[in-house]
Design a protein around this ligand. Structure first.
Ligand SMILES: O=P(O)(O)O[C@@H]1C[C@H](O)[C@@H](CO)O1
Ligand SMILES: Nc1nc2[nH]cnc2c(=O)[nH]1
Length: 275
């Protein structure tokens, strides 16, 4: 099953009712009545990377508005927006549909000095910076039917899939632009200041973005494997003499330029029978 990026601000405190097992089950059961397909891979498309959907044969498409309890994707939402609570609901619905592997793509700003615009970074780990202040999607009562109260995150990103992606990337001739690194999520929607970029660089962050991490935490909580890629759409500014200014248009533009290779890599790793 493939969904466009929710693109909602990850700052929220979920309430039991917004993410309840019963809500998710009702949604999953409804979807299962609409199709005979039984997905085992769930894909979340990042900004500018929605073309992945075109790779799928025998598509069955649903409008978000028609799916019971499903969050609407209407842009980046601020902390105070209660709709932001639903950002990770699709992960739990994936789980209840039978999905075993979740693939997430995003657009991100490069902090690693060896990165260039257009690089594809295999995410090997993350820093949930909002989590340091208590913004974790698992805050609140825990439903053991999804997972344990204190899930481990030291194996958040599946190592076998990372290795496979490196090998497949080399075979596809992506050696020059396929990298690996640590992704850090910030709340957005503003881009970073120069001082923030410098701080993140000092912390060992290779790429910074505004998504993915909360989905990964919820996906791992309920036991799905995770593979995630960042497309480096711009280079984070760390120099006060630089004239560069991050903007969403360049993010979308970079996405278009590298979308095909990104899509091929995702399909070769996650949907090998289709590539
Ligand atoms: O793929 P995502 O949604 O993480 O893309 C990042 C965050 C914002 O949506 C957008 C800013 O240009 O890029
Ligand atoms: N936070 C953040 N998100 C991004 N998404 C794409 N580029 C960037 C960036 O530079 N910073």
């Amino acid at each position: 099953m493939l969904i466009p990026h929710a693109n909602l601000c990850p700052f929220f405190v979920p309430t039991p009712s917004s993410l309840s097992y019963e809500d998710c089950k009702a949604t999953a059961d409804w979807l299962l009545t609409q199709t005979d397909m039984r997905p085992t891979v769930g894909i979340v498309c990042g900004s500018g990377l929605g073309g992945l959907a075109d790779l799928l044969k025998d598509q069955v498409a649903f409008n978000y508005k028609d799916i019971p309890n499903f969050p609407q994707s209407t842009g980046h939402r601020p902390l105070s927006d209660p709709e932001g609570k639903l950002i990770t609901l699709p992960m739990r619905i994936f789980k209840l549909l039978g999905v075993q592997t979740v693939v997430i793509t995003n657009a991100a700003g490069g902090l690693n000095q060896d990165f260039k615009v257009g690089d594809i970074m295999i995410i090997k780990d993350h820093i949930n910076l909002p989590g340091f202040a208590g913004n974790n999607p698992l805050v609140g009562p825990n439903d053991e039917r999804f997972g344990v109260r204190f899930p481990c995150m030291s194996d958040a990103y599946d190592r076998d899939l990372q290795q496979l992606a490196m090998e497949v990337g080399q075979e596809l001739g992506y050696g020059d632009f396929l990298k690996e690194g640590v992704y850090c999520v910030l709340g957005g929607p503003s881009f970073e200041t120069i001082a923030e970029c410098r701080m993140l660089h000092l912390l060992g962050v290779d790429a910074v973005g505004m998504s993915t991490v909360h989905e990964v935490i919820v996906a791992r909580h309920c036991g799905m494997r995770v593979f995630a890629l960042s497309l480096i759409t711009n280079l984070a500014v760390t120099d006060y003499d630089s004239e560069e200014k991050a903007n969403h248009e360049e993010v979308l533009q970079a996405g278009k330029q590298r979308a095909e290779q990104m899509e091929r890599l995702v399909s070769s790793v996650a949907l090998p029978e289709r590539s």
